[in-house]
Write a protein that binds this ligand. Structure first.
Ligand SMILES: *Cc1c(COP(=O)(O)O)cnc(C)c1O
Length: 371
């Protein structure tokens, strides 16, 4: 067996055929950056996210930076977020000269802890970036009330949570803005870099559109500064094809996760808490905890099962972050999670046989290593 974390080669023929047609369509249109394909994808993605506006940008990091900037976060402001995230979350804050403050996580989910975030709030706190880690959204009412009560902005890092919804409300619709990445391995992925900002505010959407394109309002007029973070027609056309498969692919991820929750029973493995509602988790990653992780990783590799660690080094241990402020009570849960977490394959192209093989391999770990 050779079970990968992602296996694009096994995707349906119809999907590949439609992507080829989309690429040909763009080639023959003669228009390659910010055009009708981008506008169509933006309109569809806004509907998918249950918001009024989506703005296509170059990647997830830019989507986060633009979300922060347009929300009014400026140099010197503090932005609270998690230490258990992709480094891009932190880079977006640092790139505008704002200051990340790191809160600890809830050990049952790996998501930011509300109590820890409360301890991190100070006079300079301007925003919280909620990372919907691994694809889960939780206790959004709690986050919204905290933000409202403290007069702080809520920004969502939705790079792992495409289509996740709680009580029918989608990831990206809870705060001022949501930042999506369409990096190829995300649940909705392009064939290169791509991203989007989603929001319910018309003025926010207008500013974000200007900012991604040199701060330009109409041709050659630049009322504000900006960057070049435009989405191209080819990626937009590919995303339009792939989004038609997203509901089905997401359902398959959930099905695999249900098998894992039902069947994994090794005493050496701890599962994270299942979601509050089935729709609130899209299983970008299926993460488990193991106290003897190195040994377990070697065992999985020997069985032909690929695995990765999200994330082995928490942000506060990264070299450029050594001076950052974090929860005054320490980062105990983040440290433990970083030591014990690992991600096992959970992608839509896995067959039932492969899912069973992963489960059997995990459940026979104890018996096999004591041989
Ligand atoms: C992938 C990811 C990003 C960054 O997206 P890019 O498109 O790679 O820039 C940001 N945050 C999280 C949580 C991610 O997983």
């Amino acid at each position: 067996m050779n079970i990968l974390m992602n296996d694009f080669r096994k995707e349906p023929k119809e999907l590949k055929r439609d992507i080829q047609q989309a690429i040909t369509r763009v080639l023959e249109s003669g228009w390659y950056v910010l055009g009708p394909e981008v506008e169509k994808f933006e309109a569809d993605w806004a509907i998918d996210c249950g918001v009024s506006h989506a703005i296509g940008v170059g990647n997830g990091l830019d989507a986060l930076e633009i979300s922060l900037r347009v929300s009014g976060v400026i140099a010197g402001d503090e932005v609270i977020t998690t230490s258990m995230t992709a480094f891009a979350t932190i880079l977006a804050i640092m790139r505008i000269g704002a200051v990340p403050v790191l809160a600890d996580i809830d050990p049952a989910t790996g998501l930011l802890s509300l109590d820890s975030v409360r301890r991190c709030i100070g006079k300079k706190t301007k925003a919280i970036i909620l990372v919907h880690l691994y694809g889960q959204i939780r206790q959004m009412r709690g986050w919204q009330s905290l933000a409202e009560e403290q007069g702080i902005l809520l920004i969502e890092d939705c790079a792992q949570s495409h289509l996740a919804s709680l009580n029918g409300e989608k990831a990206g619709s809870f705060g001022m803005a949501g930042a999506y990445s369409f990096y190829p391995t995300k649940n909705l992925g392009a064939m290169g870099d791509a991203g989007a900002v989603v929001t319910n505010s018309k003025s926010f959407a207008m500013e974000a559109k200007q900012f991604r394109n040199y701060g330009q309002s109409v041709r050659y007029e630049h009322p504000k500064i900006g960057i070049n973070s435009r989405l191209d027609e080819m990626q937009a056309a590919i995303l339009s094809v792939r989004r038609k498969w997203l509901v089905e692919f997401t359902e398959r991820r959930r099905q695999i996760a249900r098998y894992y929750f039902d069947k994994i029973n090794s005493s050496k493995i701890q599962l994270l808490a299942p979601p509050e509602q089935a729709e609130a988790h899209v299983y970008h990653l299926f993460v488990i905890l193991c106290k003897e992780r190195d040994k377990f990783l070697a065992y999985l590799a020997h069985k032909g099962i690929q695995s990765l660690i999200h994330y082995p080094i928490p942000v506060h241990h990264q070299i450029p972050c050594s001076a950052l402020k974090y929860d005054p009570r320490g980062m105990v849960q983040t440290e433990r999670h970083a030591r014990e977490c690992l991600s096992i394959p959970c992608h839509p192209q896995m067959s039932d046989l492969e899912v069973e093989y992963v489960i059997d391999s995990i459940n026979s770990y104890d018996a096999e290593i004591s041989k």
